[in-house]
Design a protein around this ligand. Structure first.
Ligand SMILES: Cc1cc2nc3c(=O)[nH]c(=O)nc-3n(C[C@H](O)[C@H](O)[C@H](O)COP(=O)(O)OP(=O)(O)OC[C@H]3O[C@@H](n4cnc5c(N)ncnc54)[C@H](O)[C@@H]3O)c2cc1C
Length: 391
């Protein structure tokens, strides 16, 4: 059975559905092929179930790409306010958590319902459990061979996402299609992912699992502040997830435990105390952490027994606690990936491949990775929208 469409979109995630709805709004006959039994799987789990769907302060600086200016055009033609306008018109209630991050007041189900309605309103049909066997281009027409039929389409949009969280349907399909059509693909790495301790740090700090401390974390000249969470395997929490996107095997991360304050002055002001250093540090940190940290570095005397040089050394370590993670927790636990279809292969205005007419890539499958804070979903909406206005 041959089914003829104006556009076929592969992947019913945020970007594919936005591309499809926008093209549908322009009167194009669009179908979406999704390999799982549902749509928007990542939207559902995003933001801890509340979906951090955009960020009021989106700029190109919030994205990692080998082509850092690529995202500019799509971001400026589809802003957070454009998304908010759509969300409000579909009754999504939301709030700003912090730093411009917008979350649903209820659950991510509000965004899922909005996207479903948007697709229905624009006559977009989704085929679930679709198995694609082959894609080729004959003349001006893409031929997509699936279990449920052969699609002929002038436009093809690949919106299969990144390969993180394979348990939610992610596959490397999009990278393969790009390679098949001669497009460069930048090797991927897990991003926004917890870091795993070295064997030695694991022995030292695994007992702190569940504890969170406020700190500033930096790696490769990127700096993020927030709650660092100790896990059974290593470190997590917002600033760790953020630096993980910039971390490479062998790099250290630096944790400033006294960010915004002066550790040396703090120690100085208590230098005559007879209490153990860990007891003094417990004023600033959870007790367990202070005790473990002091034991690991053999700072186990009363404060008044440390000399000036030692106090300075302790203060320096409090501001620059170096950790050498062994690895990340990998794609299974990564909220995103860096790398993907080389942005240099695509038009920044339309997401169309420069080498293959009417072949588009949108969303996370492209080498554009957002920081934590609603930037990845915003990229999915913005790039999907750019594609939908053209395909
Ligand atoms: C746990 C978690 C929490 C997150 N929280 C946030 C957040 O709060 N804010 C934020 O901005 N970002 C968040 N993200 C990132 C964000 O969800 C993604 O960047 C975004 O969903 C990417 O959208 P996409 O449409 O490009 O890809 P996806 O949403 O991954 O959609 C791709 C779709 O393609 C389908 N597919 C794959 N292969 C095939 C194939 N061969 N045939 C047919 N279909 C296929 C998949 O099943 C999937 O439905 C989170 C990610 C995770 C994993």
């Amino acid at each position: 059975m041959i089914i003829t469409k104006d556009a076929v979109v592969v992947g019913a995630g945020a970007s594919g559905l936005f591309a499809a709805a926008e093209a549908g709004r322009r009167g194009r006959d669009v179908i979406v092929l999704e390999r799982t039994a549902t749509f928007g799987n990542k939207i559902r789990v995003s933001g801890g179930g509340r979906c951090n769907f955009t960020n009021l302060h989106v700029t190109a600086d919030n994205y990692i790409s080998q082509n850092p200016r690529f995202c500019l055009s799509a971001l400026s033609s589809f802003t957070p306010h454009d998304f908010i306008q759509i969300a409000e018109s579909y009754g999504v209630s939301y709030y700003e958590k912090e730093h411009g991050q917008l979350f649903c007041k209820g659950s991510s189900g509000q965004i899922i319902a909005m996207v479903r309605q948007l697709c229905e309103d624009n006559n977009v049909r989704i085929i679930y459990n679709a198995k694609i066997h082959d894609i080729s281009k004959r003349g001006d027409v893409f031929v997509i061979v699936t279990d449920s039929g052969i699609y002929h389409s002038v436009s093809l949009c690949i919106a299969t996402g990144g390969i993180s969280y394979p348990q939610l349907g992610a596959t490397p399909f999009g990278y393969r299609v790009a390679a098949q059509f001669g497009l460069n693909v930048i090797p991927t790495r897990p991003a926004l992912v917890p870091l795993v301790f070295s064997a030695e740090d694991s022995t030292n700090f695994a007992g702190l699992a569940g504890i969170s401390i406020e700190a500033a974390v930096s790696c490769n000249k990127k700096y993020f502040q927030g709650g660092v969470l100790f896990t059974r395997r290593g470190l997590s929490g917002p600033p760790i997830l953020q630096v993980s996107s910039y971390w490479r095997p062998g790099d250290s991360i630096s944790i400033d435990l006294f960010a915004g304050a002066a550790a040396y002055e703090f120690l100085q002001s208590r230098r005559r105390h007879k209490a153990a250093l860990s007891a003094i540090l417990s004023e600033a940190f959870p007790k367990n952490f202070a005790r473990t940290w002091c034991e690991v570095y053999s700072y186990v005397r009363p404060v008044n027994q440390f000399n000036e040089k030692e106090l300075r050394e302790i203060a320096a370590r409090l501001h620059n606690w170096q950790i050498f993670p062994e690895k990340t927790e990998g794609y299974k636990r990564a909220e995103a990936v860096t790398g993907g279809v080389d942005a240099g292969e695509l038009s920044s205005k339309t997401m169309e491949a420069k080498k293959v007419r009417r072949l588009y890539f949108t969303g996370e499958v492209i080498d554009v990775t957002g920081q934590l804070g609603g930037y990845n979903l915003h990229w999915a909406w913005a790039s999907g929208s750019a594609c939908g206005r053209h395909m």
